[in-house]
Design a protein around this ligand. Structure first.
Ligand SMILES: Cc1cc2nc3c(=O)[nH]c(=O)nc-3n(C[C@H](O)[C@H](O)[C@H](O)COP(=O)(O)OP(=O)(O)OC[C@H]3O[C@@H](n4cnc5c(N)ncnc54)[C@H](O)[C@@H]3O)c2cc1C
Length: 487
């Protein structure tokens, strides 16, 4: 093959625009080979869950179609990654391999080994930042250490937001290798579930770069101005729902930032809401900052006192929670939304996580693992932050004693009872007054609504004030820090 060839190793950067590795490959070489290597065993113990595998299948389909429109096909291979990349680079006559960085502990270790292995054989390698506004190590406290509190972290980030480079355009044309390269068929990666529990996912999502930009455009046009007041409302489509697209790198945070800022030019009244939206992107940055500096936290609490927390560990309670059978309508609605769509609203995530870790005293990791398997946006950094924050054992965590009351939360954030009725058809006929607390409804009201507690809908799995007291008593046993050992 004449001319230089670069191999672009796609991972969670499944887009053509604002993709620095792809742009560099096109600028530096005559031919480009685009490859995705499937190697879930290299991400153990956090290999992709079932819902993200569904997303990945469709996102790879979309990426392949987008690449073909530019002139090359996506080559699919199975791992292990290093020997696969070496064989492919040799077959394609490539002298260079480029990729965009990932930050999970297992992938960092794998990527470091890949870089060393390729360089030892004389291949050039380069990696880039495509998925964060700032590298997790770039933002430092005055003392040079990592942040553990969001507000000062975000203040430090904001000082650097104006110097963000403009998003890169997609390459106009790609020139593939002159010899055809073998590829697996997508179905051979076996990403789709055997039991079709994902049947409704495609009604809710359009994986791929095009779907991501459509969603961003719709959000900025219709909801950005109301984000501040609407983002806590699970009954409204008021948040962006960009999280799975961001997780798979179908869109970059920089593109979201620019779109939100451009929207303000046309709708100046949206400025405050746009700031709130950008701040949420900041929480994503914070999650990656924490994962980088505290790589043990996907399994262990950041607050070490919680190593001694007396979790109850009941498989029956966990199962009832997973299946949305707790008897607390907002919790059950959230878990059913998750099962049906692969998504749950942020406010409801906090409510269900609080009930599991505090009222039911189940380990936060059990909840994190369930989310990992069922969320289409399951993301190690954000999931770890979300669970540890809610359980009270993470960075900038809600104090443990702030235990969400699912009834009050539901009345406040689902005021028209739309969310509950959407996900719990068996309660639809209950009057607004009782639908968030059916166990308090008079017998004749329940009968008229066709609700039989314990039969058509569960009784509460736990009593709120008593379980709250039990959680606080458990917390009291670990509240004091461990005294340093005497030497
Ligand atoms: C227990 C728990 C588990 C969570 N697990 C995940 C997860 O696995 N993956 C995930 O992406 N988010 C997770 N979150 C954070 C948050 O719930 C989702 O990012 C959000 O609901 C996505 O909806 P959206 O795209 O409409 O968000 P928007 O409100 O439109 O926010 C824009 C973007 O900012 C980012 N973002 C927003 N809130 C957070 C946050 N609290 N932490 C980190 N990033 C944030 C997301 O990328 C999101 O797409 C979790 C939160 C909790 C409480």
């Amino acid at each position: 093959m004449s001319g230089t060839t670069t191999l672009v190793w796609f991972r969670r950067d499944l887009r053509l625009s604002d993709n620095p590795a792809l742009t560099a490959a096109v600028a530096d070489s005559d031919h480009v080979v685009a490859v995705y290597v499937h190697a879930p065993e290299e991400e153990i113990p956090w290999s992709p869950g079932a819902a993200t595998r569904w997303w990945l299948h469709h996102s790879l389909t979309a990426l392949d179609a987008a690449l073909r429109r530019k002139g090359v096909a996506l080559t699919l291979r199975r791992g292990p990654t290093l020997p696969t990349l070496i064989a492919l680079a040799r077959a394609a006559g490539a002298s260079k391999v480029v990729w965009n960085r990932l930050y999970d502990p297992a992938t960092v270790a794998r990527d470091t080994a890949v870089k060393t292995g390729l360089r030892d054989l004389g291949f050039e390698c380069e990696s880039y930042n495509a998925n964060l506004l700032h590298e997790p190590w770039e933002i430092r406290t005055g003392q040079g250490g990592p942040y553990r509190v969001f507000t000062p972290f975000w203040r430090a980030c904001q000082m650097r937001l104006d110097v963000q480079p403009a998003p890169l355009p997609a390459p106009r044309r790609l020139h593939g290798p002159s010899q055809p390269i073998d590829s697996l068929a997508l179905d051979e990666l076996d990403l789709l579930p055997k039991i079709p529990w994902d049947a409704a996912f495609s009604q809710h999502w359009s994986p791929g770069e095009r779907g991501a930009h459509q969603r961003l455009e719709e959000f900025c046009g219709e909801w950005l101005g109301r984000y501040d007041e609407g983002r806590n409302r699970p009954d409204l489509p008021a948040s962006s729902r960009l999280s799975p697209h961001l997780h798979f790198g179908e869109i970059s945070p920089r593109q979201c930032l620019v779109a939100a800022r451009n929207a303000i030019v046309e709708q100046p009244a949206a400025a405050k809401s746009a700031d709130s939206f950008i701040r949420e992107i900041g929480w994503r940055e914070f999650a990656y900052h924490l994962l980088h500096h505290y790589p043990h936290t996907p399994e262990q609490p950041l607050d070490e006192r919680f190593e001694r927390f007396p979790w109850v560990e009941s498989p029956a309670l966990l199962r009832a929670w997973q299946q949305g059978r707790t008897g607390y309508p907002i919790v059950d609605a959230g878990l059913r939304e998750l099962w049906t769509t692969g998504f749950m609203h942020n406010r409801v995530r906090m409510i269900v996580a609080s009930l599991l870790t505090k009222n039911l005293q189940q380990p936060w990791l059990a909840g994190a693992r369930w989310f990992w398997d069922t969320l289409v946006d399951a993301d190690l950094a954000a999931n770890t932050l979300g669970w540890q924050w809610t359980a009270g054992c993470g960075a900038d965590a809600a104090p443990f004693f702030r235990i969400f009351n699912p009834v009050l939360q539901a009345e406040r954030y689902d005021p028209a009872r739309v969310y509950i009725r959407r996900w719990l058809p068996e309660l639809t006929q209950l009057p607004d007054k009782w639908i968030h607390r059916p166990w308090e409804a008079p017998a004749e009201v329940l009968a008229q609504a066709g609700v039989t507690l314990g039969h058509t809908y569960p009784r509460p799995i736990v009593e709120l004030p008593a379980s709250r007291d039990a959680a606080l008593a458990a917390y009291a046993t670990i509240r004091e820090p461990v005294a340093p050992a005497r030497t």
